[in-house]
Structure formats: structure tokens, C-alpha cells
Design a protein around this ligand. Structure first.
Ligand code: SAH
Length: 349
């Protein structure tokens, strides 16, 4: 697949000068053309060579494309040549943000109790090309005048367990000759793998791009966190927070802590107070996300009042808090629900 190669690799693989590689890349990244035959400034011979070698720019097949009633959210189900599939979501909001939410693995081995992605376990890592393809496909859904503004690596999978492929893909997305997206607008969300966070911090320190890091905390203590996030039994809150501190120290980038509010589990005022104690003194933002209930997992969303009370309590404790609005619920594009119920419907909406 052509997206597996960076510029220099591609020049060498094709035995062609760089300027020709740049021509191909302009078609792919700027003009959103993914059929080699339509790349009209390349010779017919060269186009045939590309088709023979790669087929098309994309290696996946779009199995399903759903659009929410308000046209703001679109979800793609992409099947890879080995029959595995992932979902990717385009989110539009009123602030003109156009956000691509992408997956990094087929399935997920973290098995968080409230999340649908891990229900069937981990299958395999996505390649850099497969990660990039998701973004290019979502970008191609935008109409004239719309521009992709943000990437959130919050789809299926644990990004820090597929860091190399992810960083290679993000590098294309944020390079001037690629999609030219601002590094500051790319967020990687992790369940909290300390070694992965430190690796990312070192990558930034040694000159790599400083993407935004979000850590899925979801609980103010190990007792609760271990129940909803099995990974906490391997690396507890203290280890995760230490790694997050390092990320901030080494990169200067403020870490976001995600806190999915789950009815009767982590939504009490005492939990808010405990969270304040845990995070006081850190340069951090708490992102409160009311649970998107997943069928058969047995968790529910707290009421609006409980949510407000919880958030106010955090604010009273002087934490910086944001509430993440729920988007894409009706088309199951909400967090943790990707790849479930993926039927072959609405194919060419
Ligand atoms: N593996 C990464 C990315 C997961 S998805 C991680 O753990 O961070 C992004 C966020 O959505 C995570 O914080 C995840 O815990 C949260 N999430 C998963 N399922 C959810 C659900 N049903 N409702 C609300 N948030 C959910």
C-alpha cells in the first residue's frame, strides 16, 4: 500500500525522482484524488506502474457510511484486505471544528468495563497506512470550504501500544506537504500506559512533535479505577500520574485527564473532592464525559443534576474543567461504541 511509505521510501521503492513523488502526494493530500488514473500530470506509463504496484491509494473498502440526522457527524466502517474492520468518525461542531476521530487497533486489549471497543478483545495493530487512510477518507467527506481542524486518537484501540505506526501517520498529517494540520490540534488519548507516556515524552524532548496527551483517569482512587479499568491493576494511578507529570515537564504541554461519569460508580461529590485532592498542584485539565451507555455492559449515565453537581464541585476545588458534549449517539459514533452494530447499511448515502 502506497501510504505505508514516506516520501523518501516511496522514491526509492518506485525508483523515481522526488519531484514525481511530490506530484503523487499532492494529488493524495491536497486534491483528495485516490485513483492513480486521475493523476493527470503523471505519464500514462507511470500511472499504470502505480496501479500495477498498488491498485489504488487506499487498501481498505468502505463497508458502511452513516450520517447523523443533523448532518454533523459521519461514521465510516472500513474493511482491510484481511477482512478486519475499524470505524472512524468525522465530527462537526458549531465552532467550525472538523474533527477526525481515528482508530489505532482492530479491537482493544484494555477491556475497560464501560467501553464497547474491548468487548471482543484485541485483534491486531493497524499499520501507519491504515491509520492515515482513515484520516484521508474522513477529510474527503468534507465539502468545499470545510477544512479538517482536529484529530483525536480516540477511536478503537490503545494508541500507545501502537506508537510507531501512529507517530508515522501523524507526521504525515501534520507536515506541510501532507495535510498540514497543526500539531497542537492532535490529541492522543491513552488508558494510561506509563512506559508509553514516557516514550512519547522522550520523543518530544528529542525534537519530535508535541501532540496533546489525554489520559483516561475515570476514577479518583485505585479501588474504583481497578474495577472499571483492568489495566489499573498493572499500572496504578500513582504510576500513571507520575508519567503524566513527566510528559508535562518534558514537553510543556498540559495533560488532559478524561473522566467518564458513570452512574453510581464514580459520580459522587466525595469522588469529586478526592479527584481535586489527587490533581491539585498539577497543570491539568479535567474533561468530564457523561457515559454513553453501551448495551449489555450494565452501566448508566448520571442525571444532568448529578453531572452538574460533580462539575461544580471540581470547579470549587479550582480544577480546570471541560464537559465533553455527546455527539453522534444516534449513529453509534459515540465514544466506545465503534465497530459494534456494524451492519452493511446505508452504503452510499
Ligand atoms: N484507548 C484510549 C482511547 C479510548 S476512547 C483510552 O483509553 O484513552 C477515548 C475515550 O473514551 C477514553 O477516555 C475512553 O475511556 C472513553 N470511553 C470509552 N467508552 C466510553 C463510553 N461508553 N462512554 C464514555 N466514554 C467512553
Amino acid at each position: 500500500m502506497i501510504l505505508e511509505y514516506d516520501k523518501l521510501e516511496l522514491a526509492s521503492v518506485l525508483g523515481t525522482p522526488l519531484f514525481r513523488v511530490n506530484q503523487i502526494r499532492r494529488w493524495i493530500f491536497s486534491r483528495k484524488v485516490f485513483d492513480f488514473n486521475l493523476m493527470t500530470d503523471l505519464s500514462r506509463e507511470f500511472r499504470l506502474k502505480l496501479i500495477e504496484r498498488f491498485g489504488s491509494v487506499f487498501c481498505g473498502t468502505e463497508l458502511n457510511h452513516e450520517i447523523s440526522d443533523d448532518d454533523l457527524t459521519e461514521k465510516l466502517l472500513i474493511e482491510w484486505p484481511d477482512g478486519e474492520s475499524v470505524e472512524s468518525v468525522l465530527l462537526r461542531d458549531m465552532r467550525d471544528h472538523r474533527t477526525a476521530c481515528i482508530s489505532t487497533q482492530v479491537g482493544c486489549g484494555m477491556r475497560c468495563a464501560f467501553c464497547a471497543s474491548g468487548m471482543n478483545g484485541f485483534v491486531r495493530n493497524l499499520t501507519r497506512g491504515e491509520i492515515l487512510e482513515q484520516v484521508l477518507r474522513l477529510n474527503a467527506l468534507l465539502s468545499r470550504g470545510e477544512r479538517l481542524t482536529h484529530i483525536v486518537v480516540m477511536g478503537i484501540g490503545e494508541p500507545l501500544l501502537n506508537l510507531e505506526a501512529l507517530l508515522a501517520a501523524l507526521n504525515e498529517i501534520t507536515s506541510a506537504e501532507g495535510l498540514d494540520l497543526s500539531v497542537r490540534r492532535v490529541t492522543i488519548s491513552t488508558v494510561g500506559i506509563p512506559a508509553g507516556i514516557i516514550k512519547l515524552a522522550e520523543f518530544v524532548k528529542s525534537g519530535g512533535k508535541g501532540y496533546k496527551l489525554a489520559v483516561s483517569l475515570h476514577a479518583p482512587n485505585d479501588l474504583i479505577r481497578s474495577v472499571i479499568i483492568p489495566q489499573n491493576r498493572v499500572h496504578n494511578i500513582r504510576e500513571v500520574l507520575e508519567a503524566a507529570d513527566k510528559y508535562f515537564e518534558q514537553t510543556g504541554r498540559r495533560v488532559t485527564f478524561e473522566y467518564t461519569l458513570i452512574d453510581g460508580v464514580n459520580d459522587r461529590v466525595e469522588h469529586a473532592d478526592e479527584l481535586v485532592r489527587l490533581l491539585t498542584g498539577k497543570t491539568a485539565i479535567v474533561n468530564v464525559i457523561p457515559l454513553n451507555p453501551v448495551e449489555n455492559l450494565g452501566f448508566a449515565t448520571p442525571s444532568k443534576q448529578v453531572t452538574e453537581k460533580f462539575v461544580n464541585r471540581l470547579k470549587l476545588g479550582r480544577l480546570k474543567v471541560k464537559i465533553r458534549m455527546r455527539k453522534g449517539e444516534k449513529i453509534n459514533a459515540a465514544c466506545g461504541q465503534l465497530r459494534q452494530n456494524s451492519k452493511r447499511i446505508n452504503k452510499n448515502l
